[in-house]
Design a protein around this ligand. Structure first.
Ligand SMILES: NC(=O)c1ccc[n+]([C@@H]2O[C@H](COP(=O)([O-])OP(=O)(O)OC[C@H]3O[C@@H](n4cnc5c(N)ncnc54)[C@H](OP(=O)(O)O)[C@@H]3O)[C@@H](O)[C@H]2O)c1
Length: 216
């Protein structure tokens, strides 16, 4: 059965997946870039962006696992970009250039309809306006038996957690405080929702934690 997986979602010690005031200049909000230090140094991350070298070891293994056996992605509209409200035009096509890192169908949750965008390298952005379950159904169908990765951000992951639809959630706690921003676990009781910590390991740059949904 195809799983819905979160991987490499970086949070601060106080639980924020992005800082406040997201913008074109600060995609992760104020202070948010500190969250990804464990990731951007890895060989996996550097290879994705066509660069050499990078660290190997636990951070890199965790980054690489996030790309195994994937057939489709889901993300929230704020992860896709800084445009808010109705789309003024079709100019914005994501942060990732003409050949995005996904190489698969990506289902973007939004309240504002927009035609799909086919990019180079196999990525197509589809805009889903009828909710998280519809997005998951479409992603599963597109994934053809492989897993679906839920990229983020926090607001979108929280909805899927609340609905008990995430099978596995790997997050990396960066050794920093943000104080405010987009909280991953706000107003959620993950234990009541059936989740338990099944792995944890620490590196110099992050503590990696995996939550797994108990079988019912
Ligand atoms: N820490 C990490 O590892 C990580 C990973 C990914 C992204 N990020 C960062 O996280 C931030 C984005 O996260 P976020 O929590 O602000 O937002 P988000 O989850 O990316 O997007 C939220 C938006 O998506 C749309 N949406 C979500 N659920 C919907 C639903 N059920 N129906 C219709 N539309 C829905 C709504 O937009 P509209 O109503 O405007 O359409 C909503 O405001 C960015 O700064 C990004 O860079 C961090």
């Amino acid at each position: 059965m195809s799983k819905l997986r979160v991987h490499g979602f970086s949070i601060s010690v106080d639980g924020y997946g992005a800082g406040p005031d997201q913008s074109v200049e600060r995609p992760l909000g104020v202070g948010g870039e500190q969250l990804h230090e464990w990731l951007v140094t890895t060989r996996t991350f550097k290879q994705i962006y066509g660069k050499d070298a990078g660290t190997t070891g636990i951070d890199d293994q965790r980054a690489a696992q996030g790309f195994e056996n994937l057939g489709a992605w889901i993300m929230g509209r704020n992860m896709f970009g800084p445009v808010r409200g109705p789309w003024p035009d079709d100019t914005w096509k994501g942060w990732w250039g003409s050949n995005p890192v996904y190489h698969a169908p990506v289902f973007v949750l939004t309240h504002h309809a927009r035609p799909s965008i086919a990019m180079e390298g196999g990525t197509t952005f589809h805009f889903v306006t009828d909710g998280i379950e519809a997005a998951l159904e479409r992603a599963r169908e597109a994934a053809g038996g492989r897993d679906v990765r839920l990229g983020g951000g926090a607001a979108t992951i929280r909805q899927y957690l609340r609905a008990g639809l995430i099978d596995e959630l790997h997050f990396a706690i960066a050794p920093t405080l943000l104080g405010t921003g987009e909280s991953l676990f706000a107003d959620l009781d993950a234990t009541k929702l059936g989740y338990a910590v099944t792995e944890h390991v620490q590196t110099n740059l992050a503590t990696h934690v995996v939550l797994t949904k108990r079988k019912t």
